[in-house]
Design a protein around this ligand. Sequence first.
Ligand code: 5GP
Ligand code: MN
Length: 345
Amino acid sequence: MLSKVIAQANIDHFAKWLDRAERMVIVTHVSPDGDAIGSSLGLWHFLNSQDKTANIIVPNAFPDFLKWMPGNKDILQYDRYKEFANQLIAEADVICCLDFNALSRIDAMAEAVRNSSARKILIDHHLHPEDFCSIVISHPEISSTSELIFRLICRMGYFSDITKEAAECIYTGMMTDTGGFTYNSNNREIYFIISELLSKGIDKDAIYRKVFNTYSESRLRLMGHVLTQMKVYPEYHAALISLTGKEQKQFNYIRGDSEGFVNIPLSIKNVIFSCFLREDTEKPMIKVSLRSVGKFPCNQLAAEFFGGGGHLNASGGEYYGTMEEALKVFEQALEKYKPLLNAKG
Ligand code: 5GP
Ligand code: MN
């Protein structure tokens, strides 16, 4: 049995909306990851089973390794079909905001969502949700939004309406947001849910291969290069990897090629904090990705030094300046956080 994580009042409230709604829109964060797409498609399949007209709108492209997911071709990209997307958002009865906690995380879509008269529900697991939805299902203690979608559907009494396709999407989100169940994944209920998803006929081993083992040769070469350049800071239990625009050209970088790189330095003994700096191809900034193991709060560091945020062990931000400057800021942050980086446990 699962414990009742989501408040009963929220379940009842959403069930009521669902009863009345005809046109529903699902939105998720910019540069959607496995959990963003997994939770959106999981909910979308469910809404389809309830004969709702549902559309998923994402701010921009998502990585190729998610493009096998059932329903992915129906996802609408805002940066390509802005007018149509705006119309869907404006005319929706309900907008479901998945896997993000602030309107700024949906980039150019923020205005349209803010201005829509649709009822809005937030389903998310990031800390400190902004106040823009009338139903807020926010659970930072849960490791993925996809898990929350499973819990929501079940609590409304619709487990039997979860199809194999929906189960595949939900599983993918749970798997990617926990690094294949290697972090944030000690809650035993996760494995009860997986067991339930397996009962729908999903092949979890095949999903793992499709998501994690379908890389291009150029990505592997790029990984080799980035790791050769890696900087390790033993006195801070930290490591840094970076990727300049020039290097991206050299290795025929395409969006998503560096997905997951930031986790690799954490496989070094005694490294508990990893940073990946990547020169952005669209904006004049350095995208900062941070990961930690244990109690080190990389979201606090992201907020303080890179105007970002996120989870305790996975966070990010942006730095408007050069790679050299970003590196300096990172090293200042290391110095400031030295006591925490050296704390036991
Ligand atoms: P990633 O390193 O995979 O891009 O991001 C990891 C996590 O950090 C995301 O799930 C999100 O919670 C957070 N994050 C990444 N970039 C930003 C950012 O620019 N601002 C904020 N507030 N959070 C971010
Ligand atoms: Mn997530």
